[in-house]
Design a protein around this ligand. Structure first.
Ligand SMILES: Cc1ncc(COP(=O)(O)O)c(C=O)c1O
Length: 451
């Protein structure tokens, strides 16, 4: 086993020793495709085997700079000594004991910590599961149960997961619904942003469903999979008021935008609005599977047996979440804010240098999107970054997203800005051949990533 922890000191990152994808990667992709579900939306042929900080080593020994963090998950980077120590400590004590059926200490400790840091002021309670989708499912069930109402409203462009309730709320791409109907009944969608609230009030509440039968409105404070879309500033205060006026619960899906990524613990904190429930997952446990719904304590009115999970709130995942939150509070949220500013300042000139190609550079903290003229350009840029050893991910129809680990350094941001500049320059010169190169993999990989 190579000691990658020593490597960045002696190898600059990225360090591409074998042109990507290398021979071992190609062989592994062929093996994978024989045995895994073809539904998996692989973005490009990266075969990671280990990592440290923001560096990932692939199966051929290349070092890549990771601005995906396993889709906004590895918030504390790879191989963080305090995270691996927390895993080891908890694994030695107890890996699992169903917290639904018994009183697992670390589960309640995490619930108490989440109540303390949640954007809900006042008492809060938490249900802990294993994933983002499970957190959303719990939120849907609880919203219907607590209000006695059936309807739900989501936003076009929103992504909430792939289980039945969550996928019904998802409205970022039609493929998520293709062939799976009928979906959960009683779910409506409006455009994201203030114009969508006009539609909600003028059309949905007047012509489709009475507002007083809506249990909850589910919203990503910054849309993730839909293309890193930030709402206008009037949106959240008005949304809160619509909910208050009609007894509707506001559910913030912070699965991608939360856990410090935007330079605040929760993205909704940027607008000073309090939700009634918050769903968290991804970065909250540094890559251990954990999702949670935090709710106003008075809403958690359900009783024994109404909801639970065998694995949910696994002891190791909870211990890692507690350590992750400590690291976020100590320095990583601040780092996300500062490094995000640095990245935005470095990338914004691209809109002036390549106005036909780069339509927008936007973001908060380390949730940054580059919008291109079309999806082919975005895909070509993603590929041009990959072959140079920078990992980025498409989102929405024509966006490349950057969501690096929150431990990313100033030098690594500079490297990212430099490589992205080279990638965009290459695509500007030869858009078709870069796109075709990427597309050659599409016969194997469909190239669109979910999540
Ligand atoms: C905002 C948001 N909600 C929910 C989910 C679903 O999370 P999971 O894939 O852990 O089920 C995702 C996943 O990408 C997400 O981005």
């Amino acid at each position: 086993m190579t000691d990658l922890a020593e490597r960045p000191a002696i190898r600059t990152v990225p360090d591409i020793r074998v042109p990507l994808p290398g021979p071992k990667a190609r062989k592994h992709v062929a093996f994978d495709h024989e045995f895994t579900s073809p539904s998996l939306p692989r973005a490009y042929p990266l075969v990671p085997v280990r990592g440290t900080g923001s560096t990932v080593e692939d199966i051929d020994g290349n070092l890549l700079l990771d601005f995906t963090a396993g889709i906004a998950v590895s918030s504390t980077g790879y191989n963080h000594p305090r995270i691996t120590a927390a895993v080891e400590r908890q694994a030695r004590d107890l890996i699992h004991f169903s917290a639904s059926d018994f009183y697992l200490p670390v589960y309640a400790e995490l619930a108490a910590k989440l109540a303390q840091i949640s954007p809900i002021k006042g008492p809060a309670r938490t249900f802990i599961g294993n994933s983002g989708a499970e957190a959303i499912e719990a939120a849907i069930k609880l919203a219907r149960f607590a209000t006695g109402r059936q309807y739900l409203v989501g936003f076009l462009g929103g992504f909430h997961g792939r289980t039945y309730g969550a996928v019904t709320l998802t409205a970022s791409k039609a493929k998520y619904h293709a062939g799976f109907g009928p979906l959960l009944p009683g779910v409506y969608h409006v455009p994201f942003g203030s114009a969508g609230l006009d539609e909600l009030e003028q059309r949905v509440f007047k012509r489709l469903i009475p507002a007083n039968e809506v249990a909850a409105i589910v919203v990503e404070p910054i849309q993730g999979e839909g293309g890193y879309v930030i709402p206008d500033d009037a949106f959240f205060p008005r949304l809160r008021k619509i909910c208050d006026d009609n007894g509707i619960l506001l559910i913030a899906d912070e699965v991608q935008s939360g856990a410090g990524r935007t330079g605040k613990m929760w993205a909704i904190d940027h607008w000073g609005v309090q939700p009634d429930m918050v769903a968290t997952a991804k970065g909250i446990a540094s890559g251990m599977p954990l999702g949670a719904v935090i709710a106003r304590a008075d809403l958690m009115s359900w009783s024994k047996g109404h909801h639970g999970s065998t694995f949910g709130g696994n002891a190791v995942s909870c211990a890692v979440a507690l350590e992750t939150i400590k690291l976020l509070e100590e320095s990583l949220i601040d780092n996300a804010g500062a490094r995000g500013e640095q990245a935005l300042a470095g990338l914004r000139p691209l809109t002036m240098q390549y106005p036909a190609l780069v339509k927008d550079v936007r973001g908060k903290g380390l949730m940054i999107g580059l919008e291109f003229d079309n999806g082919e350009t975005a895909e070509a840029v993603q590929w041009a970054c990959f072959v140079r050893g920078l990992l980025v991910l498409e989102a929405g129809e024509n966006v490349v997203r950057l969501c690096p680990p929150l431990v990313v350094t100033a030098d690594e941001i500079d490297t990212c800005v430099r490589i992205l500049g080279e990638a965009v320059a290459t695509v500007a010169k030869a858009p078709k051949s870069t796109y075709d190169e990427s597309r050659r993999w599409m016969s194997i990989d469909d190239g669109e990533v979910d999540g």
